[in-house]
Ligand binder design. Structure first.
Ligand SMILES: [Zn+2]
Length: 286
């Protein structure tokens, strides 16, 4: 059975509308699809609508950026089966959108000053129905001939680039993130277990277990281990951890845009339904 429990739309950093993601999933025979945008829930409603009457089940989700005690890098927690009307979840989502708008405004000022361009917020809104960000500024810079590629435009605004602005991060402590997910009736899952790094090196199994144990202390429910490009021993380790700590298992592509990130292919996961224990008791499997 094809299942994808981790995907993004243009409401966070994906490139597609929720309807396009649903249609693409349908075209690939995905039966269960979760929309899990970074820190926002805006795309869920549209995806649910797009799936009405179709042979696909959409699970409302979110991916919350969070921080643990002694790890500098952000830990991503996927919340599945969340109630998108939960006030706390809505607040998190609204705060992030406000912050993103503020950052875009500041970046635009910096870009216009450096390139002598005259890009307005209105120009960016035409590039997406979601919240404009780095790629959309990059697109307009390219269109108007200030840069040779979108990537070059983005690079001018990221660390080391001439238009770079350092913003204070907005990540919630993992403990709070799990609380928010649970408060919305959702299941909290550690996203892409094998993909975390510390100082540019993938963390070891030992470090992964330490991270899992800390998160269990906050109420973690599951691990996402069936992801693109995982090695057999990583999956084996994840399954072992799930058994040891009584955690559910999940999987998904982390789809954003296959042109930019081709390995994160929507619907790549073809799995026996009983392996995705995160779905158990939550969904009637077709
Ligand atoms: Zn993701």
């Amino acid at each position: 059975m094809k299942v994808d429990l981790h995907t993004h739309t243009y409401y966070s950093d994906g490139s597609h509308s929720p309807k396009e993601v649903v249609d693409l999933a349908l075209g690939r025979n995905v039966e269960i699809l979760a929309i899990t945008d970074h820190d926002v829930i805006l795309g869920v409603h549209e995806a649910l609508k797009a799936a009405e009457g179709k042979n696909i089940k959409v699970i409302p989700g979110i991916e919350v950026s969070s921080s643990v005690q002694d790890k500098k890098e952000t830990v991503h927690l996927v919340g599945l089966f969340v109630n998108i009307n939960s006030p706390r979840l809505k607040k998190l989502s609204n705060d992030i959108i406000k912050l993103k708008k503020y950052k875009t405004k500041k970046r635009l000022e910096s870009v216009n000053k450096y390139f002598g361009s005259n890009i307005t917020e209105g120009d960016l809104s035409q590039k997406t129905k979601g919240t404009p960000g780095l790629p959309h500024i990059g697109m307009v810079l390219l269109e108007r001939g200030y840069v040779g590629t979108i990537k070059e435009g983005i690079r001018s605004m990221t660390n080391g680039g001439p238009c770079y602005i350092k913003f204070a991060g907005r990540v919630v402590p993992s403990k709070e993130a799990i609380k928010i997910i649970h408060g919305a009736g959702g299941i909290a899952i550690l996203a892409h277990l094998s993909a975390y790094k510390n100082e540019n090196k993938f963390i070891t199994f030992e470090e992964q277990e330490k991270l899992i144990k800390e998160l269990i202390g906050y109420g973690l429910d599951g691990l996402e281990i069936y992801i693109p490009d995982t090695k057999k021993d990583e999956i084996k380790f994840g399954e072992e951890m799930a058994r040891k700590y009584n955690l559910k298992l999940s999987g998904g592509s982390d789809f954003h845009n296959e042109k930019f990130i081709p390995q994160n292919k929507l619907g790549f996961l073809n799995i026996e339904k009983n392996k995705l224990s995160v779905l158990k008791d939550r969904i009637k499997i077709m």
